[in-house]
Design a binder for this molecule. Structure first.
Ligand code: ZN
Ligand code: ZN
Length: 390
């Protein structure tokens, strides 16, 4: 019997009788991380890594949630389960399943690049490794993130000197906190005020509740107009092209995403800058991570699945695909819509990241655009059609 299989509800471990990141409600859900396509509501009982608790509660509300410290082992039916850092976002975990000497690791989403806001990816030996492949094409090779953060700081400094607001779009959960923390670390917060959109402010609070001291940032309503001219404003990509931007006078805008590596992705969206920064493994990192497992069997769940499966099989692995309902585009909602899609966006095709939009709308009186986040409508379906497949 295989340790892991796919059922209509999600990835399933028969010997342990639990699901991992199910897309339909189940009795027992083990959650790799709190992104919307991996952590969905409606299940009876959840298990996640301890550092994921505050963000999961923000997203899923008052669910029955058990947590495990990284590395701790528990028994679930006939298997031993432990959770290990995946390096993707706060609380992200690889699920290690052991049964009669055989091991399977379900990695969820992961990256190997350093990130001060979460624990580093842990390489685990196993017989079967279940991997994502969001950026599983040889064209995806990230530059050193330290260079990217210096570039962001230089762009911000240039704008501030010219009296222009810097608006940086970034995935509200994970990416935004990573950027804020790294900018603080290089001393860039001296340039001007760090202003955050409501969607990001609520995630920042969840990070701080988990002991990750992300700079909290200030709200735009609390920032006077003259100070805004030197500000870096962090906003989810769904804010692009909305009336929320009207409060800023002259501004320069940019997007931080792995997709910015694709030539034309920035230009098509009429952004001033694109910073290549991803919370997923690039092609060499996928290769390195898979190699480090020593696994004979590799299962690819989402992203560039056929390319990865073929490449692995050609190199002697036993690789196969599982059809899942994880977001194939990974950072798809990190893509602002092209100008022609603005109407779609304004109707509430808000950021799929925004967990508990209602709470945000309450605490935010700044305007219609932020209130659209309250719908929590999944943007992925809309943006996926538009995402670069190159
Ligand atoms: Zn994710
Ligand atoms: Zn994913």
């Amino acid at each position: 019997m295989d340790l892991i299989c796919v059922r209509p509800e999600g990835l399933y471990c028969p010997a342990g009788d639990f699901y991992i990141d199910p897309w339909r409600p189940v009795d027992r859900a083990v959650i790799t991380h709190a992104h919307g396509d991996h952590a969905r509501g409606g299940s009876s009982r959840y298990l996640a890594a301890q550092p994921a608790a505050s963000v999961l509660r923000l997203r899923l509300g008052d669910v029955t949630l058990d947590t495990l410290p990284y590395g701790a082992r528990i028994r679930m039916r006939d298997v031993t389960v432990s959770l290990h850092p995946a390096g993707h976002v706060l609380g992200s975990a690889q699920v290690r399943i052991e049964h009669r000497g055989e091991t399977c690791v379900v990695s969820g989403d992961y990256k190997l690049a350093p990130d001060p806001t979460c624990d580093a990816f842990e390489a685990l030996r196993c017989d079967t490794f279940v991997t994502e492949s969001t950026f599983g094409l040889p064209i995806y090779r990230w530059v050193d993130p330290a260079i990217v953060f210096d570039d962001i700081a230089a762009w911000w400094h240039g704008n501030a000197t010219a009296g222009r607001t810097s608006i940086l779009y970034a995935y509200a959960f994970g990416k935004a906190q990573r950027i804020e923390t790294e900018l603080a670390a290089v001393g860039a917060l001296d340039i001007g005020p760090l202003v955050v959109h409501g969607a990001i402010a609520s995630l920042n609070a969840a990070y701080r509740a988990a002991g990750v001291l992300v700079p909290p940032g200030q709200r735009v309503v609390d920032t006077d107009k003259s100070a805004l001219r030197r500000a870096l404003v962090l906003a989810p990509p769904s804010a692009a092209g909305t009336p929320w931007l009207r409060r800023f006078g002259d501004f320069s805008d940019a997007l931080a995403s792995g997709w910015m590596q694709v030539r034309g992705a920035r230009r098509r969206r009429a952004l001033d800058r694109g910073f290549v920064l991803s919370d997923h493994a690039d092609w060499p990192a996928l290769d390195a991570a898979i190699n480090a497992t020593g696994a004979a069997r590799i299962i690819v769940t989402h992203g560039h699945v056929p390319v990865m499966v073929r490449w692995l099989n050609e190199r002697g692995w036993r690789a196969e695909a599982f059809a899942t309902e994880f977001d194939d585009q990974g950072e798809a909602d990190a893509l602002p819509p092209p100008a022609s899609d603005t109407a779609v966006n304004a109707t509430g095709a808000a950021d799929a990241n925004v967990p508990n939009g209602a709470a945000d709308a309450e605490t935010d009186a700044t305007g219609a655009a932020e209130a659209t986040d309250a719908t929590g409508a999944p943007a992925a379906a809309i943006n996926a059609a538009d995402a670069p497949h190159a």
